[in-house]
Ligand binder design. Structure first.
Ligand code: ADP
Ligand code: TRP
Length: 331
């Protein structure tokens, strides 16, 4: 049987070009080789998103984006975390095997504490227990499905280590029933720069949004920051954010020509932005149509996700039963 690859997608904002190239496309590639389970981590998002409408929209937005980008729900088990009650029961069980000190050391929690201390506030100000317990729920997400590999970004490495530790402690106390997962961190995936040259990220507000109308896309591309060299002046292709983004979308030949034009002078940034806009617009066009279709038919998304949940529960239900029997809750 194919090994299981599982990953969670937190619906905390509108997906951008960096998410597509850095996470979605690579995950879809992985799904060709594994039995893939991909889910929307909606209860993880609740730790930070407290606006009902926003959360609701973002869940659909993420689901529609992944399907628009090529996820085939017939091939990938695609579901919502909140539709799998077993995960939340396992989360409690695992919390009884998790030393509090482990969570005190979680990067995200520690960053919040450090920030509070720096501002001379109570160390736990603004930290809710969902934020604190986040790594345990994530361990439950992973361990509930016998996951062998978990494709994630570098920032999730610690969470995977914690998951492995928790699983070991459980297995040591009883018997080896939890599969120990491996993080699948792809080092060859490039970090996509945003319009200001820093890593494209919602937290920097520098993203090029993915499936938005052409007009909105154009506006963002035109905002890419460059130096103020005039059209006739030679420019530096090695240190130009616009050129870096252009290289992601243009053909090799176009890249070479543009590179030369940079060195020679004569190509204006405005002109290149227009060309880049057209390239991205064409690149996303087909996906955008699918995205719009699903966002206008969210009942189809509900159906897909519910079918996915029912497939996923075929793994979770028997495993949770075994776990309950193993710990002595059930006969
Ligand atoms: P953001 O930083 O915008 O909040 P997320 O943390 O939601 O992005 O990222 C979701 C996934 O997309 C992660 O796997 C992350 O590695 C990937 N990703 C996000 N931004 C980029 C980027 N600029 N380049 C490459 N991958 C990215
Ligand atoms: N914490 C992950 C993130 O912020 C999302 C996530 C939740 C996840 N549960 C998971 C990822 C399980 C992989 C496996 O991106």
């Amino acid at each position: 049987m194919a090994k299981i690859a599982l990953t969670g997608i937190k619906p905390t904002g509108n997906p951008h070009i960096g998410n597509l190239l850095g996470a979605i496309k690579p995950a879809l590639k992985i799904a060709e080789k594994y039995h893939a389970l991909y889910f929307i981590a909606d209860y993880h998002a609740l730790t930070s998103v407290k606006d009902k409408q926003a959360l609701h929209q973002q869940i659909y937005g993420v689901a529609a984006t992944w399907i628009a980008a090529g996820l085939d729900p017939e091939k990938v088990v695609f579901y919502r975390q909140s539709d799998i009650p077993e995960v939340f029961e396992l989360s409690w069980i695992l919390s009884c095997f998790t030393p509090k000190g482990l969570l005190n050391r979680a990067h995200s929690y520690k960053a919040a504490v450090d920030n509070n201390l720096q501002n001379q506030n109570d160390p736990d100000m603004g930290v809710n227990m969902g934020h604190y317990n986040y790594p345990i729920l994530m361990a439950a997400d992973i361990l509930m499905f016998n996951s062998n590999v978990v494709p994630v970004g570098q920032d999730q490495r610690q969470h995977l280590e914690m998951t492995r530790d928790i699983a070991h402690w459980f297995n040591q106390n009883y018997k080896k029933i939890l599969v120990i997962p491996e993080a699948l961190i792809q080092d060859n995936v490039k970090t996509i720069p945003g319009i200001d040259g820093r890593k494209m990220s919602k937290s920097y507000h520098n993203e090029i949004p993915l499936y938005v109308p052409s007009k909105q896309l154009k506006k963002k591309v035109m905002q890419i920051v460059t130096d103020s060299k005039e059209v006739h002046e030679p420019k530096d292709p090695e240190n130009c954010n616009l050129f870096s983004i252009y290289k992601l979308f243009a053909e090799e030949k176009e890249i070479q020509t543009t590179h030369q034009q940079y060195l020679d002078g004569g190509l204006g940034y405005g002109q290149l932005k227009q060309a880049l806009f057209e390239l991205i617009d064409t690149f996303v066009n087909e996906g955008r149509e699918r995205y719009d279709y699903y966002m206008n038919h969210t009942e189809l998304l509900d159906q897909i996700l519910l079918e996915g949940a029912s497939k996923a529960r075929k793994i979770a239900t028997p495993l949770l039963k075994t776990i309950r029997q193993t710990i002595g809750i059930e006969k």
